[in-house]
Design a protein around this ligand. Sequence first.
Ligand code: ZN
Length: 176
Amino acid sequence: MNDDTKVMDTVPGFLAHAIAMEEESAERYEMLADSMEVHNNDEAARMFRKLMQYSERHADEVHTLATGMTLPDLAPWDYNWNCPDFPEGADCSDMVSYLMTSRQALDIALHNEIRGRDFYAWVARESPDAEVRRLAGEMADEEQEHVNLLQAMLERPEFSSEPPMEDFDPPNMPEG
Ligand code: ZN
């Protein structure tokens, strides 16, 4: 993401980033929710559907803010979700659809919510544009709420004590 610094200088640049991130989140949450439904974990599925709706709402809000602006083209793969045990920037979309215990799903979601929060917090601090800083600050606060929701769920014994799935054997899994 080496162009971030430049792109974050302007409202359209920031909005384009935000849309890409929120749309990616919505898609991944839908995959996580579907996967949890397959495993009959309705509570985790409901959590992911809720977070999917939050991401969709964010994306809609940002689209509304961007009305009439020309947004820069961004490479969508820069916004792929990461998995906690993967190298930074490695795409783990396959894992997200492959799943997995609810614990692992919650871990991946939390990891990416923290990334999102840190991204918005960084823009809120560093952008030279006051409007970008304000918008990013609001987004950072909302992402923090999502982080809190996931952390609270992960702390509950039925999720925190859950063992990894035995036959979990995704493609291209790094050693360890
Ligand atoms: Zn979020």
